[in-house]
Each structure stands twice: as C-alpha cells, then as structure tokens.
Design a protein around this ligand. Structure first.
Ligand SMILES: [Ca+2]
Length: 314
C-alpha cells in the first residue's frame, strides 16, 4: 500500500516535458503509473520514443508508455515545434534507448483501465495537446469521471498567445479537443501562460542540478538548445519550463493560486483560433468551471523544481 497519489502524464516530449517527467520521478508525493503520448511538439512516434528514453534516463523504464493520438480531432495541427525543441524533440540530445518497448494498448485504453482499476483518485497531468483526454471523455466517460484532478498546461487568460497573437501552443494544436475537456465536469486546473511566463529557470538554477550527477547533466543538456533559443529569440537569461510548472501543481496542489472560471476555447478558423476565453468577471459556480491558475510564487516554484531535479542523482 502507498499513500502516494497515483499519477499519469499525458505528454509530447518535448524539452519541458522531459523535465516534467523527471520532476515527477523525483517527487515522493506521487507515483507515476503511466505515461501516455500525444502528437504535438514533434510526431507521435518520436514523442513516444522520447518518453521511453526519458523514463530510462530517470531509472524508471518499468513505467508503461502507451501511444495515443497521431492527429488532432478535427483539423490537422498546422505546425509543430521542432524549431524550439529540436527536430527529434529533445534539444538535439541523443539519450540512450530504453530496454522497454511501448505498451501495446492505445493510450486511451491504458488510461481508462488504470482509472477504472485504481482504488484511489488519480491525478492526470496533461502537458500536450488535449486530443487523448477528449477521446477518453468520448469513449470512456465512466473512467474519465474517476479522474481526481486533471492538471492541464495550456491557454492564457491575459497574456495573449505564444504561437499566435491569441493562442497558446497546446490549445492551438487541438482547439476542439481543448473545448471538449475544458467544458467537461472533470475537476481541472488550467496552468497557462499567465503563471508559466513569469516562472523562469535561470542558467544558475540549471547549473545546480547539472552538477549533481549524470541524470542532472543530461537534463541540463536537453535544456541547452532551449536556453540558446530563448537567449537568441527573446534576449532572456533563462527558460520558461511550462510543463514542469504544471507538474509542480500536480505534485503539490496549491502551488498556484487558482480561481474558478468559465472558459471557452475559440474553435473558429480565424485569427482567434485556439484562444482560451477566460471569463474573469466573476467566480463561477458552474459544474464545468475550470480552476484557472492566476498567481504564482515563481521563486518558490523554481526552487522546488531545481532542488527536486538535483535529487535524481542522490
Ligand atoms: Ca508538452
């Protein structure tokens, strides 16, 4: 028996996804039971391979990885993010292959089976496009109803977008799926650009876990291309690790200050496509309301991440 919260990560690794997975492995509050993959930063086969390799890096090739959706629900995702994450998704770093193969089950089946069998509520951290979670809601609603907490990295209430003027990457990659998920009654925390952009992992912070040992060193190597991109594109001395902040909230609920809001996703084909329209006029009482993360203690969140990652080599 364990009092650790069962955790599933639905992911498209991805540099900050890799960091998020390692953070979960370093955190005694949660027990990572399943990783499901989804198209997003790069193609599905590549993100699945990356997930296997990141788990192997963290010494946990026993955690099953189930591959999910190859494409968005309705429209093809217009653009991937290889220019940020490297063509293979892990910043040009070649991690050693895992001895494990992907789970033969489709992601949605693996997720439904885990949710149905779990004696305690499961936290699901969705840090890629929401295609798999929308499919779970459609195909296995009784299993989806057993999700204890769904922590989504995505969207923006007041900071505009990062892939278009209006939209954040994960939501823009599959707006129809996001609308399905954010209008469902699954208890959901939305971790958007409002809290991720101010939370910067500096090169000094990276150096702390890079110096802890081989796992930290590999994590830092994966981040290097992202650090370079951030410096060249934005003149920033550090990187925003969106997915790792969402994982911090999944691991330590209450890390972020949230307010219950009604959220609608723009699914029109126009310039607003993928925008999250967060109604901030009032606290919502609706059953489908979303806990929108609005405040963050960025220093504490970064310290949590850095100190946990340094433990991987302990
Ligand atoms: Ca991601």
């Amino acid at each position: 028996m364990t009092d650790r919260t069962p955790l599933v990560i639905d992911t498209d690794p991805g540099i900050d996804d890799a960091l998020a997975i390692l953070l979960a492995l370093a955190s005694p509050e949660v027990e990572l039971q399943l990783v499901t993959t989804v198209h997003g930063n790069v193609e599905l086969a590549q993100v699945t391979e990356n997930a296997l390799r990141v788990l192997h890096l963290g010494g946990r090739s026993d955690v099953p990885v189930a591959a999910g959706a190859r494409v968005s629900l309705v429209h093809p995702q217009p653009e991937r993010a290889g220019h940020v994450h490297g063509a293979a998704g892990l910043g040009g770093v070649q991690l050693p292959p895992s001895p494990a193969a992907a789970d033969p089950r489709p992601a949605v089946v693996a997720l439904a089976e885990l949710l149905t069998a779990s004696p305690t509520p499961v936290t699901v951290a969705a840090i890629g496009p929401l295609t798999n979670i929308a499919l779970l809601l459609a195909a296995h609603p009784e299993a989806a109803a057993r999700i204890g907490r769904l922590v989504v990295m995505g969207g923006s209430a007041g900071r505009g977008g990062n892939v278009t003027a209006a939209a954040e990457f994960n939501i823009w990659s599959d707006p129809e799926a996001a609308q399905v998920v954010l209008s469902s009654s699954v208890p959901t925390v939305l971790v958007g650009l409002d809290v991720t952009l101010p939370t910067v992992l500096t090169e000094e912070g990276i150096a702390r876990f890079a110096g802890a040992g081989p796992v930290g060193r590999s994590a830092a190597a994966i981040l290097q291309q992202y650090v370079d991109h951030s410096r060249d594109a934005y003149g920033a001395a550090g990187v925003v690790v969106h997915d790792a902040l969402a994982l911090t909230e999944a691991i330590a609920p209450g890390t972020l200050g949230t307010v219950r809001r009604d959220v609608v996703v723009d699914t029109t084909p126009g310039p607003g496509r993928g925008q999250t329209l967060v109604d901030r006029r009032a606290v919502s009482r609706s059953a489908s309301a979303v806990e929108v993360a609005e405040t963050v203690d960025s220093g504490a969140a970064v310290e949590f991440l850095v100190s946990r990652l340094a433990r991987l080599d302990a």
